[in-house]
Design a protein around this ligand. Sequence first.
Ligand code: THU
Length: 160
Amino acid sequence: MTEKQISASIKIFDSASELPEHIQTLMNQAVEARNTAYAPYSKFKVGAALSLENGEVVRGSNQENASYPSGLCAERTAIYAAGANYPNQKIKVLAISATSEKHDVTEPIAPCGACRQAIAEYEQKQDEPIQIYFTGISGKVICVESLLDILPLAFNNKFL
Ligand code: THU
């Protein structure tokens, strides 16, 4: 038996004002995207904005459904929109911001497991990592240099 440690590096910014200017701009777009969330059930609104290598920004927000599992998270809405509309453009950075009508979201909200799997697919597809920043309504922002930092032992198409 061998025991191995799995480690990942994350960067924690005390506030969005510490982010590089172009990331602040992208995060502001994620904040704006929250306004397009359709979240009548959870009241939890998530906005995502991703930048492509050609400089275009694609936004997404969570879209819920009375049949709950039919809804989709903000991150996948954005990444699938990018895949559908810009299939040959690499995704460079993804910014995510979450808010709730029920309580203050002061902790950074990391993408859910299903979104991590979906984002991992696009890193694989483009053979390049996607830098990810996530936050709540204020306070700390977490940055990872690759989705794989938050999805160790990821399943991927090499296993197929
Ligand atoms: N949600 C996201 O949009 N992204 C995540 O990574 C976590 C959860 C959405 C899905 C649902 O509409 C609401 O937040 C509550 O789970």
